[in-house]
Design a protein around this ligand. Structure first.
Ligand SMILES: Cc1cc2nc3c(=O)[nH]c(=O)nc-3n(C[C@H](O)[C@H](O)[C@H](O)COP(=O)(O)OP(=O)(O)OC[C@H]3O[C@@H](n4cnc5c(N)ncnc54)[C@H](O)[C@@H]3O)c2cc1C
Length: 112
C-alpha cells in the first residue's frame, strides 16, 4: 500500500493504517509523506527511494508523479484511489476509484 499526500492528516493516516492492517499489507509512501515523518525514509518509494514489485499495490492519495511511479512500475496489479479523476496515477492503474479516501476507507472499515 502506498500513502500519498492525500492521506497526510492524522485521521487519514489512522484509517490507512487500519485498512493496511485488515489486508496485512506493508505501508510505503511518496516523498512528501516520508518528508513529513508519516513513514520512515526507507519506506519511501520512487526515484530517490526504493523500488517495489508487489503483486498488488493500492495507492491512496498519490498523484502519480514520474519520480514516484519509477519505483512501482513492476507492480503486477495497481489500484488507485484519488479524488481527482485527472490524476496521472489513473494512467497506470488497472483499477481506479475516484473519491475521497477518507470516506471510502471509513465505509470499508465500518463493515469489518
Ligand atoms: C529529483 C526528485 C526526486 C524525487 N524522488 C521522489 C521519490 O523517490 N518518491 C516520490 O514519491 N516522489 C519523489 N519526488 C517528488 C515527486 O515529484 C512528487 O512531488 C511526489 O511524488 C508527489 O507526492 P504525492 O503524490 O504524495 O503528492 P501530490 O502530488 O501532492 O498528490 C496528492 C494527491 O492526493 C489527492 N488527494 C488529496 N486529498 C485526497 C483525498 N481526501 N482523497 C483522495 N485523494 C486525495 C490529490 O488529488 C493528489 O492527486 C521527487 C522529486 C524530484 C524533483
Amino acid at each position: 500500500m502506498i500513502a500519498g499526500r492525500g492521506a497526510e492528516t492524522a485521521e487519514s493516516f489512522e484509517l490507512l493504517r487500519r485498512f493496511a492492517g485488515h489486508l496485512d499489507a506493508a505501508v510505503g509512501g511518496t516523498r512528501p509523506i516520508a518528508d513529513e515523518g508519516w513513514i520512515p525514509f526507507e519506506n519511501q518509494v520512487g526515484q530517490t527511494g526504493c523500488t517495489i514489485r508487489p503483486r498488488i499495490c493500492i495507492a491512496l492519495g498519490v498523484s502519480g508523479a514520474i519520480q514516484h511511479t519509477e519505483g512501482i512500475k513492476d507492480t503486477k496489479l495497481m489500484i488507485a484511489i484519488n479524488q481527482d479523476e485527472e490524476a496521472p496515477i489513473f494512467q497506470i492503474a488497472d483499477y481506479g476509484i475516484v473519491g475521497d479516501l477518507n470516506q471510502i476507507l471509513a465505509e470499508y472499515l465500518k463493515e469489518k
